[in-house]
Design a protein around this ligand. Structure first.
Ligand SMILES: [Zn+2]
Length: 197
């Protein structure tokens, strides 16, 4: 008989993406056997990420203060705003070191089939942010799949009338691909070869 607390830990770990029952068991035994305060520190890190990490009030990326590091960094170009689907996509673009502007995270894409319309995304917040801002160019960096393209098109129709330069990254990225998993060179090229809409 396995002790209940161990069963509970295995059950929780098995809920993680990509972790099956076997791996969950292996991880649980590892945590149990780990020396020092590892288990306590792991538990604390998990608790803290839930308690302290929230959305940036300006760009909706993740932060543990009011504004995120990207919004606070005065060296970043306020005239350029890159719109992404997720924080993971933002991190992928950031890793290319090609982009030095600001970001806006939508938290999803338009998807009529899943009932996700403009109101479910941070689009209203994007428009509010653009009033009285120094933004000149908007780079639409949604994924090159059907929903990402539809979202980019929707945003273009909203943003062009505001007199902003709107461009789209896509070139070099395979259709249906995901920014998060694209290699850095491909992503850097897609960013620099963006086309104006
Ligand atoms: Zn921010």
């Amino acid at each position: 008989m396995t002790p209940d607390p161990l069963n509970r830990l295995v059950a929780q770990l098995a809920k993680l993406p990509g972790i099956g029952e076997k791996t969950a068991q292996r991880l649980a035994f590892h945590i149990l056997r780990a020396s020092g305060d590892y288990a306590v520190e792991l538990a604390q890190a998990i608790r803290e990420v839930k308690e302290k990490v929230h959305l940036c009030t300006r760009c909706y990326s993740l932060t543990d203060s009011d504004l995120c590091g990207f919004c606070r960094d005065t060296r970043r170009d306020e005239r350029s705003l890159c719109v992404v689907e997720t924080f993971a996509d933002l991190m992928a673009l950031e890793k290319t070191r090609e982009y030095k502007g600001r970001y806006h995270v939508l938290h999803g894409v338009l998807s009529p089939l899943e009932g996700i319309g403009p109101d479910q995304l941070r689009i209203k917040e994007l428009l509010e942010r653009l009033t009285d801002s120094r933004v000149e160019e908007i780079i639409l960096a949604t994924n090159p799949d059907v929903e990402g393209e539809a979202t980019a098109l929707y945003l273009t129709r909203l943003l062009k009338p505001l007199g902003l330069r709107v461009s789209r990254i896509a070139q070099g990225l395979p259709m249906g691909g995901d920014l998060e998993y694209a290699d850095q060179a491909t992503l850097a090229k897609a960013l620099s070869a963006r086309r104006e809409l």
